[in-house]
Design a protein around this ligand. Structure first.
Ligand SMILES: NC(=O)c1ccc[n+]([C@@H]2O[C@H](COP(=O)([O-])OP(=O)(O)OC[C@H]3O[C@@H](n4cnc5c(N)ncnc54)[C@H](O)[C@@H]3O)[C@@H](O)[C@H]2O)c1
Length: 316
């Protein structure tokens, strides 16, 4: 039987990948330093082999890669504003951490690494939809760090013959996303906030758009990319999104309907490093590993709100 390592397993996406693997009866190890991850995300992951530590430490990487067949690399400081405030720690976690992991994976003979890339690699180029062969144009230190990680993966494919795959996620949302930090994803903050009657704050005029992607689609893409034929995916980059463009104003209006929130919306100045529009072309992932998003924005938001409702009910 294969053994999987998930870095960032206590985070939003890592813990959801772990749930899917456990449901398939797979054997899972995880590493996390809880910089943004939550112990609560590990509570429904019975039987995982969990190591608390940072991938900034090469010894931790060597230890967690031992005996591993496949790696889903999700660990990172996953925030644009956080990287603007502190680019050095973003680089240490996202770039040095990724390089350490690649070296350890190479030395341990890991069969394949699937990496959490980011649509931020495209920057603010006006061309839509974004295709993988466009020249990257990262703006924020976060985007630079995620793109550098991709390039290290490609390098390790070319130089050491490792099987590596990058999935560029477009604004992922869904259950287990942390709504509580100033750096949290916008839909997580708005979903819980509007359920609790708090005013959503939009940075900019709300006309900025995103290809919001429900977590289940992202998990399926990861599992499919991990086991697709190497000649179709190795050393390559794929968009993972839904090809649906939603503005922040649209998102708030949909959330109003679903939560019953009737209060105001606050508009604040745009944030440095944010981009105006984002929309993916997912045909490359479709052709290479049959990726087809099954859950659209509306259904995803409905499921997400149900999860946050459970969370608030549990706290009361
Ligand atoms: N959520 C999105 O919309 C989105 C979009 C594009 C890319 N991504 C990428 O997907 C990945 C997962 O993001 P997420 O939304 O689940 O974020 P998250 O913050 O919920 O999860 C990241 C996890 O990594 C852990 N971590 C960070 N640095 C670490 C280190 N040095 N050592 C060990 N663990 C460490 C954190 O504690 C956390 O549990 C990240 O690589 C992120 O850049 C996310």
């Amino acid at each position: 039987m294969a053994t999987y390592l998930i870095t960032g397993i206590a985070g939003f996406i890592g813990s959801n990948i772990a749930r899917a693997l456990l449901a398939r009866g797979e054997s899972v190890r995880g590493v996390d330093n809880f910089v943004t991850g939550k112990r609560a995300n590990l509570e429904d992951l019975p039987g995982i082999d969990f190591v608390e530590g940072t991938i900034e430490d090469p010894a931790v990487c060597a230890c967690v890669c031992k005996g591993i067949d496949y790696i889903f690399h999700e660990a990172a400081l996953a925030s644009v504003p956080r990287s603007v405030a502190d680019p050095v720690s973003t680089n240490a976690n996202n770039v040095t951490g990724t390089l350490n992991l690649l070296v350890a994976a190479r030395d341990a003979g890991v069969k394949r690494i699937v990496y959490a890339g980011s649509s931020s690699a495209y920057g603010d180029q006006p061309t839509l939809p974004k295709q993988e062969d466009m020249v990257p144009d990262p703006i924020s230190p976060y985007a630079v760090s995620k793109l550098t990680g991709e390039q290290y993966l490609r390098s390790f494919s070319r130089v050491y013959g490792m099987e590596t795959v990058t999935l560029r996620y477009f604004n992922v949302f869904g259950p287990h996303q942390d709504p509580s930090s100033q750096y949290s994803g916008v839909l997580a903050k708005f979903s819980l906030g509007m359920l609790e009657g708090r005013t959503p704050v939009i940075f900019g005029d709300g006309s900025q758009s995103r290809d919001f992607t429900f977590i289940e689609n992202v998990v399926e893409a990861n599992l499919a990319a991990m086991h697709a034929p190497a000649d179709k995916v190795s050393g390559k980059v794929f968009n993972v999104a839904t090809e649906q463009r939603i503005t922040l104003n649209d998102a708030v209006n949909i959330l109003r309907e679903l939560t019953g929130y009737t209060g105001p919306v606050e508009y604040a100045p745009p944030r440095t490093g944010d981009i105006a529009h984002s929309l993916a072309d997912i045909s490359r992932a479709r052709a290479a590993f049959g990726y087809a998003p099954k859950v659209d924005f509306h259904e995803g938001i409905r499921r997400t709100l149900n999860w946050y409702r459970g969370l608030t009910a549990a706290v009361r």
